[in-house]
Design a protein around this ligand. Structure first.
Ligand code: COA
Length: 144
């Protein structure tokens, strides 16, 4: 089983880009010195939730519990930092992502067919032939 690693001080700034605010974090799963999986978390201070994002496991290492270990790390981080819930959105078509989040305890909160991916123009052709379903999940940790 790989080791899940985060930065030395998980709640401090230091991860570049959109995840550099306090309360956000990024973890990698490392096996034999190689990164085989990633996950990130971003804080939403306005409703005290933590968003799980960028979950991905190297296709050669799937089905071994790596995503579950990464997901648990995010949940652990949320509990330690007193977030009220962990939320996520996904456009994943394959069943694996949905099963993963359900197995971690997330509840499916609904789906929307009107999601616009970055770069989409919403032309007639796109609206007719390219619909993306966006699913929202939530794991409530405590009542606010
Ligand atoms: C989704 C993904 C992260 C799962 O990674 P993984 O390391 O293979 O998942 P795990 O081995 O930890 O499995 C965790 C749970 O997911 C489910 N699962 C994983 N692969 C599955 C598959 N092929 N079919 C059905 N369920 C699957 C199982 O419920 C499993 O729990 P269980 O072992 O208790 O039954 C991986 O397939 C992936 O990177 N996919 C492409 C990127 C992606 O879709 N990311 C999610 C975007 S929101």
């Amino acid at each position: 089983m790989p080791e899940v690693q985060g930065p030395p001080q998980p709640s401090s700034p230091g991860v570049p880009g959109r995840l550099s605010s306090a309360g956000s974090c990024f973890w990698v799963a490392v096996l034999d010195g190689n990164v085989v999986g990633i996950v990130a978390a971003r804080a939403h201070e306005e409703d005290n939730t933590l968003e799980l994002l960028r979950m991905s496991v190297d296709s050669r290492f799937r089905g071994k519990g790596i995503a579950k270990a990464l997901g648990r790390k995010v949940l652990e981080f949320a509990v330690v930092h007193n977030y009220s819930a962990v939320v996520l959105g996904t456009t994943a078509v394959k069943v694996a992502a949905h099963k993963l989040y359900e197995s971690l305890g997330f509840r499916h909160m609904g789906a929307s067919d009107h999601y616009v991916l970055p770069g989409m123009t919403l032309s007639l052709a796109e609206r007719l032939f390219f619909q993306v379903r966006y699913h929202r999940y939530r794991l409530q940790l405590r009542e606010e």
